[in-house]
Design a protein around this ligand. Structure first.
Ligand SMILES: Cc1cc2nc3c(=O)[nH]c(=O)nc-3n(C[C@H](O)[C@H](O)[C@H](O)COP(=O)(O)O)c2cc1C
Length: 321
């Protein structure tokens, strides 16, 4: 029997902007998209219609707005403001491990503040009819009971879908994601559970489905490096397109969708991962990282790859450089 895998692009600050989501959507195969995490304090006080972080790229659908924050009223106010923009669902970030986020009591800090986390969900459910999702990670020390209890509490308060990245804050990206935790959660929870973490190939996607029984998966780093991974998951064969053309499209859409002041940052962040597709990627990146002109960067990369005949690597590196 053919396995049908529902796969979406995981939210990633600095990466899952409109330009990149559009490219992933054009290649095809991804069935769910998320914005970068949107700061509830900013969204609740400013006009999101004017904020490029809050806009869609027309074909990146269904699109979920991911919200980060800790104050239930502020998050509810942010959702109210985002509602007219037509998002398909809202996702509350309860997994971000960054110190700058956690010190406000946001992101993964909410795992230690059940009362607040549940209140956030209750208020959010009151201000919108759209589905409310939550993205979680493992509890410290990979204790499974509190993760089950927390997930049950979310389910009882009407959360429509939970994504779990089974790594604890203290793991960073060093340890492998503990997919077995997804299986244990699946047994206890009735709403859809999406699994996330270390899915870099079609085989990984099939394995996580088979081993855990999750309802869907979100792919992060694997999709920055190979935005065609979703296509391969659907078609079960290597994508026949050209990675250089993907890069050209990303540049094109960044210039089209993003404000000038973020062009360079968005492009360099993308390149720091995407160039890993080729051998000698560190050399390529070190050459362009000080440059400002996207066309100069693009021309250099294209020429280097052609001139030196750089080959695509079979297994790109996904760890931090
Ligand atoms: C650069 C980067 C930015 C991220 N930003 C977010 C974010 O804004 N919101 C979020 O919920 N998770 C964020 N994550 C976590 C990813 O969504 C995902 O949970 C994690 O990368 C594990 O999936 P992967 O192994 O497929 O990369 C980020 C991850 C990376 C690498």
């Amino acid at each position: 029997m053919k396995m049908v895998i529902v796969a979406g692009l995981a939210p990633m600050a600095g990466f899952t902007h409109r330009a990149f989501r559009r490219v992933v959507s054009e290649i095809g195969g991804a069935q769910l998209f998320f914005t970068e995490m949107l700061n509830s304090r900013i969204v609740s006080t400013q006009n999101p219609e004017k904020d490029h972080y809050c806009k869609d790229a027309r074909i990146d659908r269904p699109l979920v707005a991911q919200i980060v924050g800790g104050d239930p009223e502020v998050i509810a106010a942010a959702i109210k403001r985002l509602e007219p923009l037509g998002f398909d669902a809202f996702d509350i970030n309860m997994g971000c491990p960054q110190r700058a986020i956690m010190r406000h009591g946001w992101g993964a800090a909410l795992l230690n503040d059940k009362k607040r986390a549940f209140l956030i969900v209750e208020k959010a459910k009151k201000v919108t009819k759209r589905p409310i999702f939550v993205k979680l990670r493992s509890f410290p020390g990979h204790r499974i009971e509190p993760l089950i209890e927390f997930s049950k509490g979310l389910e009882a308060r009407g959360v429509d879908l939970i994504t779990i990245h089974p790594r604890a804050v203290e793991d960073g990206f060093k340890r492998k994601a503990k997919w077995e935790e997804l299986k244990w959660i699946k047994k206890e929870i009735n709403i859809p559970i999406f699994g996330n973490g270390d899915i870099f190939s079609v085989e990984d996607a099939e394995e996580i489905f088979r081993k855990t029984g999750v309802n869907g998966i979100l792919i992060g780093r694997g999709a920055i490096v190979r935005p065609w991974l979703f296509w391969e998951i659907v078609h079960k064969r290597p994508w026949p397109g050209s990675p250089l053309e993907v890069l050209e499209k990303v540049v094109h859409y960044i210039l089209h969708y993003s404000p000038k002041e973020v062009h360079r940052r968005q492009l360099l962040l993308f390149l720091s991962w995407f160039l890993r597709n080729w051998e000698h990627h560190l050399y390529l990146f070190s050459k362009v990282k000080g440059w400002h002109d996207p066309f100069k960067i693009l021309t250099f990369i294209r020429e280097e790859i052609d001139k030196k005949g750089l080959r695509l690597v079979k297994r790109p590196i996904y760890s931090k450089l």
